[in-house]
Design a protein around this ligand. Structure first.
Ligand code: MG
Length: 461
């Protein structure tokens, strides 16, 4: 056998496709409680985010990008399934997120982005905060991810009541020993309490290792930072570096991390075959004052269905492939699911409602995309609906504290173009808009099948 024949045999036996188009890699960087106004490229006057600014200028910077819920657990369920959390049962009026004593998690019948990509042979890793169930059957490794490294729920949980002061004080003092959260690898506990000062750096190192190890096959990396959720921690090189105080330090370390990930992709020659997303699960936690972020000119923050609770920075980066621009179309974290599947040549599941839409036309050509509506749920209740530039609130409630729900009949109505801060109610002058939105709600409710609640049950002791 001559050399050429041998080479062909090796290629055939190794299963290396000679001419098949290369599947794109996906990296989703998901922050926790980052506000719309927290990045330089979204107008923050003090916090410096040169890497994210560059990512935005080289990619698509979305200005109307929404998380699917104003708190962690439901928002994450929606990101990974492309579905409103009310459909999977991953939201609740009683317990708004999962806790260390929760018995539930993402139901097996839900299809995650990782599970879908596995059907095309993707290597998959979840690195960081999970918060979709910490019992073994709910962990990332049982939801389509080959590996997991991270804190399985929020970094403010498992407070050690013997050592720590009251909750809010403990969060602000931010001592490692106050929060006895585990750091896990796979399904095993690696470290407890997790040494949170180095957590952003270690998530970054894991991500880089995963990318380098899997550079010769398609991969999906879900990097879900535990920060800037309180308590705030950062590694030594970032202590006191930001004009934005401790919160600024934390964001600047995350920005550094983004820079490291993009640099790795470029150094390894992978950048032109990798779509990277950057966004967050919900808005800033305003009750923590300077330890919480900012929603910029948007109203309210984490926990509420005002814009500040759910509108997020949203950036897509894929050098040489997508058209760099700022985009004002309505878009959502749920669209990441549908877009990635489509780009990988995978059909979105047909046996269930998928709320995500394909953003490919926006990425490659710019323009308006196909999403015209956005639903704003607080727990299990529909509080508001956006259609085009208009947003009608049926119920409003401030984020946290002692606020009470306020019902509006007729609903209150804002034009988010003319009035992004939701200050001026225009319901009276626009009855036709209210009717159009009422029809959207009617249609939505008529087809809604609510998933069995996963957040209320506690582990039996
Ligand atoms: Mg969050």
């Amino acid at each position: 056998m001559n050399l050429l024949s041998r080479l062909i045999v090796i290629i055939l036996f190794a299963g290396i496709p000679l001419f098949a188009a290369k599947l794109p890699n996906f990296v989703v960087i998901f922050c926790d409680d980052l506000g719309y106004g927290d990045l330089g490229c979204y107008g923050h006057p003090c916090i410096q985010t040169p890497n994210l600014d560059r990512m935005a200028s080289e990619g698509v910077k979305f200005t109307q990008f929404y998380a699917a819920a104003p708190v962690c657990t439901p928002s994450r369920a929606a990101l990974l399934t492309g579905r409103l959390p009310v459909r999977s049962g991953m939201c609740s009026d009683k317990r708004r997120v999962l806790f260390p004593d929760s018995a539930g998690g993402l139901p097996q019948k839900e299809i995650t982005l990782a599970e879908s990509l596995k059907t095309k042979g993707y290597a998959t890793a979840a690195i960081g905060k999970w918060h979709l169930g910490h019992l073994p059957q709910y962990l990332p490794t049982n939801n389509g991810f080959d590996t997991y490294f991270g804190i399985p729920y929020s970094n403010d949980m498992d407070r050690d009541v013997a050592k720590a002061p009251k909750y809010r004080e403990a969060c602000k003092q931010a001592k490692i020993e106050y929060f006895n959260v585990p750091l896990m690898r796979g399904t095993k506990e690696l470290e407890r309490p997790a040494q949170q000062e180095t957590i952003t750096r270690r998530y970054t190192e894991e991500t880089i290792k995963f990318i380098k190890t899997n550079k010769n096959q398609p991969f999906f990396c879900y990097l879900a930072h535990s920060l800037p959720h309180v308590p705030l921690f950062r590694d030594k090189p970032f202590v006191g570096v930001s004009n934005g105080g401790i919160y600024g330090d934390v964001i600047e370390e995350i920005d550094w991390s983004v820079g490291q990930v993009l640099k790795t992709l470029q150094d390894e020659g992978l950048a032109e075959n990798t779509l990277v997303w950057f966004t967050s699960d919900n808005g800033p936690w305003l009750i923590f004052e300077t330890h919480g972020g900012s929603a910029g000119l948007l109203r309210d923050g984490k926990g509420s269905t005002w814009e500040g609770g759910m509108r997020e920075p949203g950036i897509a980066w894929w050098p040489g492939k997508i058209k760099p621009h700022t985009n004002h179309a309505i878009s959502s974290t749920m669209d990441i699911f549908t877009t990635c599947l489509t780009l990988a040549g995978i059909k979105v599941p047909q046996d269930r409602v998928i709320d995500g839409v394909n953003l490919s036309s926006i990425l490659f050509k710019g323009g308006k995309g196909s999403r015209d509506t956005m639903f704003f749920y607080r727990g299990e209740q529909l509080y508001a609906v956006r259609k085009g530039p208009w947003k009608a609130h049926y119920i409003t409630r401030s984020a946290y504290g002692n606020s009470k729900p306020e019902k509006h009949d007729p609903p209150i109505l804002y034009h988010l173009g003319h009035d992004p801060s939701e200050k001026y109610n225009l319901a009276q002058e626009n009855p036709k808009v209210l009717t159009a939105i009422a029809n959207v709600v009617k249609e939505h409710n008529s087809k809604l099948v609510r998933g069995k609640n996963q957040l209320n049950d506690r582990i039996q002791k």
